[in-house]
Design a protein around this ligand. Structure first.
Ligand code: FAD
Length: 412
């Protein structure tokens, strides 16, 4: 192993992008991607959207065709889980007994879904939606019955609810807090999606806490709520977030807790070890410099670019405004910026038309937009977030005024 050879742990969005960028930058050393899933890198967003719906094949979800990795001299070691990192000898140890030395390590291990911690959580009809195997198992059981309970009103739970409703299932969504999307959207967006799901026939229940899952002969029959109600269920989908996959890297001495801490170049506190994507915690200029862990394709892709450029001694890209999207029914939500800490919102357009935006302000500055079927606002609003512009809310709410007009000459 050459000191410059790169090993990437995690064959997901961040890991695959890091390898791709290294070759684009003419990195000539060896690149190895280690992944615990048996598959070549694939896109995760379709898992709760068109792959779950059966509208997209797995082959079409692949980030690159198989031949690409061979042509680019990127070695795949798939189906191997890294159990330990030995920074003093620059060695990885696999759960199945193998070992691999690295020159530079990029930790891009994402996260694993959180599970319910109540009796019945391990019935075979209880599913998560994180990887292909999860969705294949869920799809394999759709014939079991029509009653589906989704635990968690975040993006993944709601996307799954939308798909399964369209497939004819009777879906209940349980959210423990008082509104859907509580951590990622403002109240207006939450209420809009709640109304939309209800209109589509979903039984949305907020402030709903699960007591346990009930069953007979080892199989699920229902979900008991803390208030005593029992919801009959053939399948349960749990979408309550992830735990970042950082145990080996933290055990090796890297600083972190809710993820592995990285600096502006995505370096961990261990020598020659970077971390990117869902598992990395980084100070973010779009969150007033707070250390945040962002779960999005854009973040994984961006951090892959930052880490790889740094390890090649190149200047990094300037920080990019975070963006994200979610597809539910005929609604495309596109988000730019981070709304956390906002103190005011401005509505652009009429939600009744199913095309509108919510602009989030902090101290009068634009910090984020949620755009529903409003791609023009999303594209033009990005600049307002990047510049952190102060704009009169009355002007912002005027849909006749394209957002791009505010971006010229108003930086403040
Ligand atoms: P991942 O893509 O999760 O890759 C990590 C890989 O590392 C996994 O294959 C994992 O199994 C593997 N791994 C973990 N531990 C080890 C180990 N010890 N050894 C070897 N391998 C290991 N984002 C958006 O921006 N828009 C969306 O619409 C959207 N929809 C989503 C829908 C679903 C169902 C899911 C699950 C995610 C969605 N996301 C979406 C989030 C996005 O997919 C993630 O933010 C992104 O995949 C993060 O990339 P990553 O490289 O950090 O992790």
């Amino acid at each position: 192993m050459n000191a410059s050879d790169v090993v990437i742990v995690g064959a997901g969005h961040g890991g695959s992008q890091a390898a791709i960028v290294l070759r684009q930058l003419n990195f000539d050393g060896a690149i190895t991607i280690v992944g615990d899933e048996p598959h070549l890198p694939y896109e995760r967003p379709p898992l709760s959207k068109d792959y779950l719906a059966g509208d997209k094949t797995f082959e079409r979800c692949l980030i690159r065709p198989a031949a690409f990795w061979t042509e680019q001299r990127i070695t795949m070691r798939l189906g191997h889980r890294v159990a330990a990192v030995r920074p003093e000898t620059r060695r990885l140890e696999f759960q199945d007994g193998g070992e691999l030395n690295y020159g530079v390590l990029i930790w891009a291990a994402g996260g694993k879904p959180r599970m319910l911690a109540c009796p019945g959580a391990d019935f075979p009809e209880v599913h998560t939606v994180r990887d292909r195997a999860d969705v294949d198992a869920l799809v394999g059981q759709l014939g079991r019955g029509d009653r589906v309970v989704v635990v968690g009103g975040g993006f993944i739970g709601l996307e799954a609810a939308a798909v399964l409703t369209k497939l004819g299932k009777r879906v209940v969504v349980l959210e423990a807090l008082d509104r859907l999307l509580p951590r990622v959207a403002g109240e207006g967006i939450s209420r809009f999606y709640e109304a939309e799901h209800r209109a589509q026939g979903v039984d949305v229940r907020t402030d709903a806490a699960v007591e346990c899952l009930e069953g007979r002969d080892g199989h699920l029959t229902g979900v008991r709520l803390k208030d005593g109600q029992v919801l009959p269920a053939d399948l349960v989908i749990v979408g309550i977030g992830i735990n970042p996959s950082v145990a080996p890297i933290l055990a090796a001495g890297a600083v972190g807790d809710i993820g592995v801490e990285v600096d502006e170049a995505c370096r961990t506190s261990l020598p020659n070890v970077y971390a990117i994507g869902d598992c990395a915690v980084q100070a973010n200029p779009f969150a007033e410099g707070r250390r945040v862990r962002i779960e999005s394709v854009q973040n994984a892709t961006n951090q892959a670019g930052v880490a790889t450029r740094h390890l090649m001694g190149l200047d990094g890209p300037s920080p990019a405004a975070p963006w994200f999207w979610s597809d539910q029914y005929d609604l495309k939500l596109q988000t730019v910026g981070l709304a956390a800490g906002y103190d005011a919102t401005v509505l652009r357009g009429d939600p009744a038309t199913r095309s509108f935006s919510v602009v989030y302000l902090r101290d009068g500055r634009v910090v984020a937009l949620d755009c529903v079927n409003a791609t023009r606002d999303y594209v033009q609003g990005r600049r307002l977030v990047e510049l952190g512009l102060r704009i009169d809310p009355a002007l912002l709410s005027d849909v006749e005024q394209p957002l791009k007009e505010f971006a010229s000459g108003q930086a403040g």
